[in-house]
Design a protein around this ligand. Sequence first.
Ligand code: ADP
Ligand code: MG
Length: 343
Amino acid sequence: PSNLDPNYTFDNFIEGDCNSLARNAAKAVADNPSQTSFNPLVIHGNVGLGKTHLLQAIGNYISKKFPEKAVLYVSTDTFTNQLVSSIGSNTTNDLVNWYQNVDVLLVDDIQQLVKRKKTQDVFFNLFNVLRQNNKAIVMTCDRPIIELDIEDRLRSRFQWGLSADLSMPALETRMAILNSKASTNSVEIPAEVVEFICFHIQHNIRQLEGVLNNLVLHKGVMGNQGIDLKLAKEVLKNFVSEINKEVTPDVIQRTVADYYDLDVDKLSSSTRRRQVVLARQISMFLVKEYTDQSLKAIGRMFGNRDHSTVLYSIKTVKDLMETNDEIKKALAELERKIRIGQG
Ligand code: ADP
Ligand code: MG
């Protein structure tokens, strides 16, 4: 068994600055496994950034293009377990022979070699045999090889080939990844929700999939309602702690004041300057939208105005949003800033 998962391919691996060296090196090995100029290829990067995906993509690609080649994917843990049980049953030679016969060896998570002296020894010999016979070896690691605490002779061999690192994709690439996963799963997510999710998931691509799966589950429970910002926020609470910070009237006032280049104090002053009045009305509207403050409480925080003034302000902003494109745009921008301001 090759242990390949057909869901991980080059086609569904989204390329960006964060991964193009690793991706192109992986593709080069896959295109020409018997004459690879990087042997071994080591792909390293933090958890959840696509190491296993790329490794599996190499395997799947080779299996298709060169069906006669024996491709084997194995995690270092599995390799260790196989070794341990072969020692127990006196079949280590069989195991080693079997591994020596593969054409392409894909070893995931070699940081698991640390502190496993016996596995390192066996792997050292296997590595030499395969490499002498021009068999391709690709490995992944959660840190650069130089930081890997293993036997010197093994570490120096791992450095003979090419090391390529994976880092966290920029926002646009994260959005492309989420869109791609959503469409694979036939899930529709509005663009603003995709941006919101990707803005907040900043360290780990696997979490994007977690969020997507959760959205689908929530949607299932909530009936046929679409995926919107509110649902996304609910789901993100389980992934990003900052999301739990509530939007406060204070954040809203500061964001609006900043946007209109005013002192925050002006919002609760008695000034009737047009720009200030507008900023004040928009702030009241947003406080009502984003917090559970009563009209009376809102009036109080904007310079002791009464609740009918607040109500009138909210209505004014609603009307403006329908008739005035500039205001509509300003509000969209403000809402984005307020949401992101939580992050
Ligand atoms: P690692 O092995 O580095 O911990 P994985 O390969 O398991 O990470 O990747 C985690 C998830 O993120 C996988 O579902 C993978 O498909 C996805 N992923 C990571 N990078 C990309 C990318 N560039 N394009 C598409 N999916 C990606
Ligand atoms: Mg992995």
